[in-house]
Design a protein around this ligand. Structure first.
Ligand code: IPM
Ligand code: MG
Length: 352
């Protein structure tokens, strides 16, 4: 019997509700299948904790988290704390501190879910987001603050090592899928330094993957491909900011932000990886019990795969898809079901 150490960081807003639901589902899964179990440590690092203590992650907190086999993360963001403070206080120190450089964001229209596209069933994408540098490197500064001559710089940093490792990761992933197709997304016509490095390194790495078909698209153009010709895409690799934007579009085209999962991976496994729904804290529905837990369940399936429990991941995905197909939908998908109802339905199927 394997016992996985799970660090639960529910964070803010509906993060609390969906992580609780996700843990219930993982517990039911391990009871039903046997062979593995979870020991969960809860970390209370939310924005209320920040307002009380002046920090999200306390001294030594990252060292504690590092002991975990995986981190199950809800959301961060509160109306009481500026977003750049909460992001740089909690999520980015984990992603960057643990070198979770590969952010994997699958998008697919689950059975019973309606895409705004007439041909939404063609969506079967994985967006690979560079997760450690680029536009999110935090490099820059402000000079002459508050004065009319104020200047601010926001510098994107691209390293050859950072670019090469994300391309290799994306090629490996593309190779493992039936279509074996990788689209490189940049903006190397206008941004002539970092983005050109992305193009060059991509071409070099591509030589090692002759079995993977490649295409290149500019980030503006790929939005039209996503909407008008979704079947032309399979795996997409893009920078931190570009992939952030494309993944919201991908989630909307797949029917709802409430179903989109993500894995922040440290592929070398020197550090734990982090798994989170991409929807964020959603103040408008916090506490109402109607948050869609499907993104978190799908996220849990990605986590099980990473932990080396592919059969459990498949079993969970089948239960998720049976529930979405049944029409038991939360309001974001046009239904009236509650978080608890969807969770109970998934658990009931897991036990069969
Ligand atoms: C995401 C989110 C975050 C990001 C926010 C919360 C800062 O949009 O995970 O896509 O931009 O990285
Ligand atoms: Mg985003």
């Amino acid at each position: 019997m394997k016992t996985y150490q799970l660090a639960a960081v529910p964070g803010d807003g509906i993060g609390v509700e969906v992580i609780a639901a996700g843990l219930q589902v993982l517990e039911a899964l391990s009871q039903h299948l046997g062979g593995f179990a979870f020991e969960v440590t809860h970390y209370p690092w939310d924005s209320a904790y920040y307002l009380k203590h002046g920090h999200y992650i306390p001294e030594g907190g990252l060292a504690q988290l590092k002991q975990a086999d995986a981190i199950f993360f809800g959301a961060v963001g509160s109306q009481q704390v500026p977003d750049h403070i909460s992001l740089w206080g909690l999520r980015l120190p984990i992603c960057q501190g643990f070198d979770q450089y590969a952010n994997v964001r699958p998008a697919r229209v689950l059975p019973g879910v309606k895409s705004p596209l007439h041909n939404g069933e063609a969506i079967d994408w994985v967006i690979v987001r560079e997760n450690s540098e680029g536009e999110y490197s935090g490099s820059g500064g402000r000079v002459h603050q508050g004065l009319p001559i104020e200047v601010a710089t926001e510098v994107s940093t691209f390293t050859r090592v950072g670019v090469e490792r994300i391309h290799r990761f994306a090629f490996e992933l593309a190779r493992s899928r039936p279509a074996k197709h990788l689209t490189l997304v940049t903006k190397s016509n206008a941004q002539r330094h970092g983005m050109v490095l992305w193009d060059e390194v991509f071409a070099e790495v591509a030589k090692d993957y002759p079995d993977v078909r490649t295409t290149r698209e500019l980030v503006d153009a790929v939005t039209t491909t996503m909407v008008l010709k979704p079947a032309q895409l399979d795996v997409i690799v893009a920078t931190n900011l570009h992939a952030d934007i494309l993944s919201d579009l991908a989630a909307a085209l797949s029917g709802s932000l409430g179903i989109a999962p993500t894995a922040n991976l440290n592929p070398e496994r020197s550090f734990p990886s982090m798994f989170e729904p991409i929807h964020g804290s959603a103040f408008d529905i916090t506490g109402k019990g109607v948050a869609n837990p499907i993104a978190t369940f799908w996220t849990a399936a990605l986590m099980l795969e990473h932990l080396g429990e592919p059969a459990a991941a498949r079993h969970l995905m089948q239960a998720i898809e049976a529930v979405t197909a049944s029409g038991l939908h939360t309001p974001d998908l046009g239904g009236t079901a509650t978080t608890a109802q969807v969770t109970d339905a998934v658990i009931e199927l897991l036990r069969r």
